[in-house]
Design a protein around this ligand. Structure first.
Ligand SMILES: [Zn+2]
Ligand SMILES: [Zn+2]
Length: 244
């Protein structure tokens, strides 16, 4: 399994980072978690066929997690006609808005049947021959379960993608204390580094990647104190990939 960081940034522009967009590649198929980066351009630049994208999972509807989806799906609807993709969005209005925008782009053509869009909640359980994805509700968008993190299982490994969290880690994913993970991708915009370093002391993971960091000065703090947690901390840049 390969994890590729197309976008490691937070919503406020940073010079060498797009907004959050993470690809998990299993057996040549790509699964995209958040689409804050211009994924259509990035796939094209690295000569990754669009039809390798089988699933798109959006943690929540803030712009820094979704704006790249529109260009990709528009191209998939009329140009890259071998794309078949399932898209999972939280909130009905996310699904409705996506349909409306697609209608606007296409001039009210029939909806593209190769793009299947679903509204998910904490019962999400996506499964295909490569991967299994389930959702964990966060409080980032309030108390009504409109934002999520994901647990991804593939090739006998388990990954957690935190999604955006509430201030001060009130909704820290406690599953990290209970289950073993091979890799964790954690956002770092909504709490102080000391709060995560303290809270994650019992996290059962081999490795944690910090993304969605704001302000960027937090990187230095994390790097200075990384030996206080019992796992390896990494700081991926855009374009980096790791193999698990
Ligand atoms: Zn957000
Ligand atoms: Zn965000």
């Amino acid at each position: 399994m390969k994890i590729k960081f197309f976008g490691t940034g937070h919503g406020v522009p940073a010079k060498e980072r797009y907004c959050q967009c993470i690809l998990v590649e299993v057996n040549g198929a790509n699964y995209v978690f958040d689409v804050g980066a211009p994924i259509a351009d990035l796939l094209h630049r690295e000569e990754t066929p669009f039809n390798t994208v089988k699933g798109i999972f959006v943690t929540h509807l803030h712009a820094d997690h979704i704006t790249g989806i529109f260009h990709f799906l528009d191209l998939a609807s009329w140009y890259y006609r071998d794309v078949e993709v399932e898209v999972y969005l939280p909130e009905k209005r996310g699904v409705e808005t996506l349909k409306m925008v697609m209608d606007m782009y296409s001039g009210n053509d029939e909806p593209c049947e190769r793009i299947r869009t679903y509204c998910y909640d904490e019962k999400l359980c996506y499964r295909d021959e490569n991967i299994c994805v389930s959702a964990i509700a966060t409080k980032h968008m309030g108390e009504n379960n409109l934002s999520y993190g994901f647990i991804v299982k593939a090739e006998g490994k388990q990954i957690l993608i935190s999604g955006d969290l509430k201030y001060s880690l009130e909704d820290y994913p406690t599953v990290l204390d209970k289950e073993n993970f091979d890799f964790v991708i954690f956002e770092c915009a909504h709490f102080e580094p000391a709060e995560l370093l303290e809270r994650a002391r019992n996290a059962k993971t081999e490795k944690m990647a910090l993304v969605h960091v704001f302000p960027l000065s937090k990187y230095d703090t994390f790097k200075n104190y990384s030996d206080t947690v019992p796992f390896e901390m990494i700081y991926p840049e855009d374009g980096e990939a790791i193999k698990l």
